[in-house]
Design a binder for this molecule. Structure first.
Ligand SMILES: [Zn+2]
Length: 286
């Protein structure tokens, strides 16, 4: 992820500078035709969002075309603010107030940004010493039953452990009930599958425990508990359909804070290089 950004903080950028930042994030080595990869183009600057015409195949593209910002009428500056607030765990209602946009627009921006994170989370694997555990979303303390209820959603969490059991990086996954088993003590098989998908092959060791509250896993369990409570208390519950997106969102907020990365350039890179998702896909994807 190497591209030049306009001077100063993103908060002081004009809309033109935001466009320049996106251009550099999308084409760090200069223009590339999205259809034929040719490196030369002419530019039609008659519109607000310039058109780049490929000198080889005549394909026309704009800076936002094909990115997460495709077709947006919301200024990029607002999107950048949304990135910051998303990491601060803002809800769609809060986001609409902060940005001064409708709830639907805020909701859509939040979901598109989360989707960029989801696509990215499959590329990055946990490494080093990894611990894996799990928990149940929807579990009520009042219930002492060990049998998984219909509304229960099993969730696995994996984390890279450092020195004093400090967790450096996490990933969370909404498990299929078929794999998790019918007991609230999530099956070892489900944890193994999680490791297969999210843990690097160069890993030193994986410690997986099928149950909650094991001493060594307390920090990891605490993160999961915080996340699941946040879903209930702040967001008033998440349905199974969007659970994974919110798990990715929370993992990202945790990881980026640990790494002290600058949120806007990092997210900008993801949004410029990831496939966009349309409103229709968001609504109808199951
Ligand atoms: Zn071309």
């Amino acid at each position: 992820m190497h591209f030049t950004l306009p001077e100063g903080s993103w908060e002081t950028w004009t809309e033109e500078q935001c466009m320049e930042a996106l251009y550099n994030a999308r084409w760090p080595d200069g223009f590339r035709c999205p259809r034929c990869s040719y490196a030369h183009c002419s530019v039609l600057r008659s519109r607000k969002n310039p058109l780049y015409v490929c000198a080889s195949c005549r394909h026309q593209t704009s800076i936002t075309a094909g990115t997460v910002f495709h077709g947006t009428r919301t200024p990029l500056r607002m999107w950048f603010r949304a990135m910051i607030w998303l990491v601060e765990e803002a809800t769609s209602v809060e986001l609409s107030e902060i940005l001064g946009v409708t709830y639907k627009t805020a909701w859509l921006i939040g979901h598109k940004l989360r989707d960029a994170l989801t696509q990215q989370s499959y590329d990055q694997l946990l490494s080093g010493l990894v611990a894996v555990t799990g928990g149940i979303y929807g579990w009520r303390r009042a219930s002492s039953s060990l049998v998984m209820a219909t509304s229960d959603q099993p969730v696995a969490i994996g984390g890279t452990v450092e020195g004093d059991e400090d967790i450096r990086e996490i990933k969370m996954e909404h498990l299929s009930k078929r794999e998790a088993g019918s007991s609230r003590l999530i099956s070892r098989f489900a944890h193994m599958k999680f490791s297969d998908a999210h843990v690097s092959e160069e890993v030193k060791a994986v410690r997986a425990f099928p149950y909650f509250g094991m001493n060594k896993l307390a920090p990891l369990s605490a993160i999961l508990t915080h996340t699941l409570r946040w879903f209930d208390h702040t967001l008033r519950g998440i349905g199974p359909k969007h659970l994974q997106a919110y798990l990715n969102h929370q993992s990202f907020a945790f990881n980026i804070a640990k790494k002290a990365l600058a949120v806007v350039p990092y997210m900008l890179h993801l949004c410029a290089t990831r496939k966009r998702i349309t409103y229709r896909e968001l609504i109808w994807a199951s």
